[in-house]
Design a protein. Structure first.
Ligand code: HSE
Length: 399
């Protein structure tokens, strides 16, 4: 019997305590021994509930308890979460985390600390919520050179875009519902501005390409400028607008960026809707693999974290530490990538044909048109032509 501790009792922390209790026997079989919840570290009082007797406020109780083998950090942010993760690792405890900001910004350093102290550092729940994504990428696809990863990596924005496109819901109402359902970050700016997807893209790039990417270097645009007209026109053009995080091998460098895309209906990611996330991985041997599932929410995220707790217990003699790569890798600017583009514009069909020969505009309820360009333009070339059609928005087309 070993103990584990949970740091944080928010959406994920509570879900983790519940899932670990519900599936105690199954998880014991996975871990190789029974696991008992020792402590839940909280910052404030909670109303009486099933885990009341486990709530503590003093981290040193966990740090100094030799029976605690694993600490699950689900606080979020990089302040207390960073300090407690370091202290837990230095105290010889494995750390598992769903905290994408912490992993993206300090993961390599925490992994090094874990290596030094002979314990595991796992973070399956930090990308894709409940989707098994990082283990398949690192282990099941070990025989592949990974060439590209492209994913819908934020449940909140996918929920908002889907609700706007399919139910005609207003942006603010859809965001409010996503917050009520526990999908959004404490400050939803991180979701809607693409920051959360950027952190997840950085983690995927680290693992796939062995280059520790600083999320601050990844060009990032969120969904706040996506208009209802874009969603209407995208449907008329037989596609959907989705926020994608992409990271691709580019010679010795990596190209990574986060921005809204037009996805043609033929691509499986176009039908990943609501809170679901989906991630396409292109490998040299396997071709393209697409993993889909719930990308946010209490129990789905807890599902990933709980499995990490069990793996950390099972691997006490042989710690698991995914390789987050070495710093100093070169990031190529995404603007140089040639793409087809979806364009929303305010002009007649003649102006479209003159600026974008072959493009076939469709007109929506606002009087604006939408069309898809040929595969020839990098962003600077595109921007020169947008003025000629009164371009209002332009998103890359996922090939
Ligand atoms: N706010 C995040 C999302 C939570 O909406 O995807 C899961 O990382």
């Amino acid at each position: 019997m070993v103990k584990y501790a949970i740091l944080g009792f928010g959406v994920v922390g509570r879900g983790l305590a519940e899932v670990m209790a519900d599936q105690r026997e199954k998880l014991a079989a996975a871990a190789g021994e029974d696991m008992e919840l020792g402590y839940i570290l909280v910052r404030h009082d909670y109303p009486a509930g099933p885990f009341q007797d486990k709530l503590i406020r003093d981290f040193s109780l966990i740090e100094n308890d030799p029976s605690v083998a694993v600490v699950a950090e689900v606080i979020g942010g990089t302040d207390a979460a960073y300090e407690y993760s370091r202290r837990a690792l230095m105290a010889g405890k494995s750390v598992v985390s769903s905290n994408k900001q912490l992993v993206a910004e300090h993961g390599a350093e925490l992994a090094a600390l874990a290596r030094e102290h002979g314990v595991s550092y796992l973070f399956e729940g930090s990308v894709g919520g409940g989707i098994p994504l990082l283990r398949p990428l690192c282990r099941c696809l070990a025989a592949n050179r990974i060439d590209e990863i492209c994913g819908i990596l934020n449940g909140t924005t996918n929920y908002i875009l889907t609700a706007m496109a399919q139910k005609g819901q207003a942006y603010a109402d859809a965001l409010k519902t996503a917050q009520q359902l526990g999908y959004a970050e404490a400050d939803p700016t991180a979701d809607v501005e693409g920051i959360d997807a950027c952190r997840k893209t950085a983690i995927l790039a680290d693992l796939a390409f062995g280059v520790n990417v600083d999320p601050a270097d990844i060009p990032t645009r969120g969904i706040t400028a996506v208009a209802p007209a874009d969603l209407e026109l995208a449907q008329a053009l037989d596609g959907a607008v989705k926020l994608l995080g992409r990271a691709a091998r580019a010679g010795e460098a990596v190209c990574a960026f986060v921005e809204p895309h037009f996805i043609p209906q033929g691509h499986i990611l176009a039908s990943v809707n609501g809170v679901m996330n989906g991630c396409a991985i292109r490998g040299s041997a396997v071709g393209e693999v697409v993993l889909c599932g719930p990308g946010a929410g209490s129990h789905p995220t807890a599902s990933a974290v709980a499995a990490d707790v069990a793996d950390a217990v099972r691997h006490r003699a042989d710690p698991m530490i995914p390789d987050l790569g070495a710093p100093g890798g070169r990031l190529l600017p995404a603007d140089e990538l040639c793409s087809r583009w979806y364009v929303r514009a305010q002009c007649g069909p003649e102006a479209v044909s003159a600026a974008f020969p072959g493009a076939e505009p469709v007109y929506g309820s606002t009087g604006e048109c939408g069309f898809v360009t040929a595969a020839m333009l990098d962003r600077r070339q595109l921007e020169k032509k947008l003025a000629a059609v009164n371009g209002r928005a332009a998103y890359r087309v996922l090939a």
